[in-house]
Design a protein around this ligand. Sequence first.
Ligand SMILES: Nc1ncnc2c1ncn2[C@@H]1O[C@H](COP(=O)(O)OP(=O)(O)O)[C@@H](O)[C@H]1O
Ligand SMILES: [Mg+2]
Length: 210
Amino acid sequence: MSVTFQDLLDRAGRLAAGGRRAALGITGPPGAGKTTLAEALVGALGADVAHVPMDGFHLADAELDRLGLRRRKGAPETFDPWGYAALLRRFREGTDEIVYAPGFERTLEQPIAGAIPVPRSTRLVVSEGNYLLLDEPRWTAVRSLFDEVWYVDLDPAERIRRLVRRHVRFGKDQAAAVAWVAGTDERNASRVAATRDRADLIVVSADPLE
Ligand SMILES: Nc1ncnc2c1ncn2[C@@H]1O[C@H](COP(=O)(O)OP(=O)(O)O)[C@@H](O)[C@H]1O
Ligand SMILES: [Mg+2]
């Protein structure tokens, strides 16, 4: 039995209606549709729900160069999981008038500080990214700060097609896009796939959105 978008909306709505501010995580491999689903949920739930991508915690290119990790951009070690966990803790505490989350600019491929305002009135934070369920010491604090984590899955052939198209849309030529997806993205995808059974809910991407 597959879940419908309305089921997801109802489930997220219940989290938003709880007594305290809640955090919903959406994970899954690159190109599965995490960002698209988060945007659809937040758009349908309306005010008091914020979308905060894990992508804002990409390390800057200058730091990746210093670490010698530029070519692995997108792998777990090219993010700042402690910063991400600290942001999720600030959401949970709910004391600051506004929490500014970093965004990620896809053409520059760089994080941008101060991009996403999350006011104290926010009842639900929807955050999405590849490594929310990673069973590695750096990442386990992140999982503990979500009320639920959903895993978005998609047939690999279709997922790869969408991913190549997205890279081309943001400036790579076709050959570079195919090579990047086959190498870096798919290595990352298999690390994400290993976390699938830790999710609270599996969402097959094609079901709710098409
Ligand atoms: N239902 C869909 N049909 C076709 N393309 C889609 C659909 N959902 C998402 N996409 C496209 O697929 C690509 C990957 O989706 P995205 O939400 O960016 O995935 P993720 O955040 O998991 O990497 C994007 O370019 C998006 O526009
Ligand atoms: Mg995304």
